[in-house]
Design a protein around this ligand. Sequence first.
Ligand SMILES: Cc1ncc(COP(=O)(O)O)c(C=O)c1O
Length: 386
Amino acid sequence: MIENQRHLFDMPEDIAYLNCAYMSPLMNKVREEGRRGIQAKAQPWRLAPPDFFERSQAARAAFARIINAKADDIAIIPSVSYGISLAAHNLPLKPGQNILCLEDQFPSNVYPWRRMAADRGAALHMVTRAAARTDAGAHWTPAILDAVNDKTAIIALPHCHWTDGALVDLVEVGKKARQHGSALVLDITQSGGALPFDISKIKPDFVVCATYKWLLGPYSLGFAYVAPKWQNGVPLEEGWIARAGSENFARLVDYQDEYQHGAQRFDMGERSNFHLMPMALAALEQILKWGVAEIQQSLSAKTEKIARRAMEIGLVSATPKLRAGHFLGLRFDGGVPGGLLRTLAGRNIFVSVRGDSMRITPHLYNNDADIERLFSALKLSLAPPQ
Ligand SMILES: Cc1ncc(COP(=O)(O)O)c(C=O)c1O
């Protein structure tokens, strides 16, 4: 179990921030890396050609270790919508086939598929919450396996649902995808860095992850894994740095047909962002030091403690087997009371409401005092008026 790490963050004691699924705070050392990058841009004589390459390659390699992939299979992207659009740009889809998503899936992993299906005469099929419902919480995996058939060209999923953390067994879905020749595309933004994920077991085609949530990094940066079989594909942009020999700034106008190797051809333009990239790298290195499995174990202990306390005041959550350990969706009889979020925020307690759940997503900076603060405010808010 990893002990509390609040001292690494700029988080006053009277703040109970239980909302990592919305936006992670930055560790102090990550913020310092960002400042250093801005300073370098302010004095560009400090920036040399290797600065365009070294941090990007190190960040690519660090993200690869988090998902047990090779650095060569990782592209640098600005957002999930970009990464999913990249997958849609490269995967085949014929008229009459379908693409599978979950009901209420995050829109960046839905809109590119809606566009693609409309353009190709295909259909977007949403696996419904009703099909996944059980008394113990949403059990998506059997509902997804049931929905896949020979017409399923693409299965586009998260590892856990962004509204309440309901888990998908991606190893099982991967097997089913291969049986039917379906491509598997994953958005792991709500789990990457907090929930173990292994490319060699899941064998997906594309995986995308933004850095600003569980990777504890900056906004406007992300990574995409592209399976080797798709690495001869077409990038969304044709930038100079993705071409072979781009390290030689004097010869950039010797236009090249060849790309840099592996998934680098899919890198976004200006990927060598001098403040964001060092920030992402510092955060990834800290996550690797802690270990993703250890993070999951530590966060699971926190959410279980919260779930037990919640049950005492009549709030229900999915059984731990069906949800990711770093997520808790609390359901209220008759829906989340209007104004509750505002009342909690007024007491410096920060959570989210997504759908009909109050979403509580702690990280290693949360301590027992945060949990006490949450429950004393909830008890006050939910007490019947005198
Ligand atoms: C599951 C998931 N994917 C992606 C995103 C962000 O998408 P984008 O990078 O396109 O803004 C979010 C933000 O909440 C999310 O919850």
